[in-house]
Design a protein around this ligand. Structure first.
Ligand code: GRF
Length: 214
């Protein structure tokens, strides 16, 4: 099963995917990693011999042209699933048309709460007592696509943006790997906004549906 990963930064979610593939827990191959900027995630690719490319939006006249370049590059790679792992850019119509229901994103909040950047800070400032992460298919509305899996953590009075982000990140890695694995195994069905993972166990926390492998 072939995947592409889009990144913008540190790349810890990318690293989780790389590690799971190398340890054979995830039966997939990363065909290409694309970043929109110079980023530590690209260094990870170099260390693990993974094809990588930086496509900078500033090199294009319009967002459409940039997305066209992304789509063309990915189409050339015969990608089955595109994983947005800390990709800090909103993708529009051109991309969504090409990868409708074939692209997922990890967001560090329980959607629909706290979309956009610094979701952990937003949860703290709101005074929420529970937050977490969501893996969802991408759609036009940022961070609002159909949800495959969510996981929650408690926010404690002493939490800072950093401590909360770290707690959530541990869940992110596991949720993302689990979602990829379910999709590649053909177990994910989608009807309208609702996603069903065939054979998964629903109804327990902190992960719903329950993790199986990660
Ligand atoms: C993660 O918190 C992800 O949910 C958010 O950006 C962060 C990326 O982290 N969209 P990393 O680059 O995977 O370490």
């Amino acid at each position: 099963m072939t995947i592409a990963v889009l990144v913008s930064g540190r790349g810890s979610n990318l690293q989780a995917i790389i590690d799971a593939i190398e340890s054979k827990k995830l039966k997939a191959k990363i065909e290409i990693v694309i970043s929109d900027r110079e980023a530590p995630a690209i260094d990870r690719c170099k260390r693990h011999n993974i094809k990588n490319l930086i496509i900078k939006p500033s090199d294009f006249n319009s967002r459409e042209d940039y997305e066209e370049a992304l789509v063309e590059t990915l189409s050339g790679e015969k990608i089955q699933l595109v994983v947005l792992a800390g990709f800090m850019r909103v993708l529009g119509e051109r991309f969504l048309k090409a990868f409708s229901l074939k692209a997922i994103n990890i967001h560090p909040a329980i959607t629909p709460a706290f979309p956009g950047i610094r979701a952990q800070k937003k949860a703290l400032e709101f005074g929420a007592l529970i937050t977490g992460c969501s893996v969802h298919f991408i759609q036009k509305e940022v961070d609002m696509g159909p949800v495959i899996i969510q996981a929650c953590v408690a926010i404690e009075p002493q939490d800072s943006e950093e401590s909360l982000s770290q707690k959530i990140l541990n869940l992110e890695h596991r949720c993302l790997l689990q979602a990829i694995s379910w999709i590649l195994a053909g177990r994910v069905e989608i009807e309208g906004r609702k996603v069903l993972v065939k054979g998964a166990k629903y109804g327990t926390l902190p992960f719903n549906p329950a993790l199986e492998e990660f």
